[in-house]
Design a protein around this ligand. Structure first.
Ligand SMILES: [Zn+2]
Ligand SMILES: [Zn+2]
Length: 79
């Protein structure tokens, strides 16, 4: 299964809107929560190979060779 390029901006905006509209949080609090969620999502999509550190969608078929030039990573490493 191929994962599409993840749109963090879109996700961020959706979270902020949710906490503003549905939870009636302050703008500051909604932004804080969105930052935390997006950061966590990003961490899950970063290769844990110490020489790599590139995103999941930079790897062939999302788990094989890293496609970033000069990167020697041959397999996506999950946390
Ligand atoms: Zn890489
Ligand atoms: Zn990698």
């Amino acid at each position: 299964m191929l994962e599409k390029r993840f749109d963090f901006n879109k996700m961020y905006g959706r979270i902020v809107r949710y906490y503003l509209d549905k939870k009636h949080y302050t703008k500051e609090k909604a932004n804080m929560i969105a930052q935390q969620v997006v950061r966590r999502e990003l961490q899950q999509r970063i290769c844990k190979n110490s020489e790599c550190g590139h995103l999941l969608h930079d790897h062939l078929r999302n788990n094989e060779v890293c496609l970033i030039s000069r990167c020697g990573c041959e397999k996506f490493v999950r946390a």
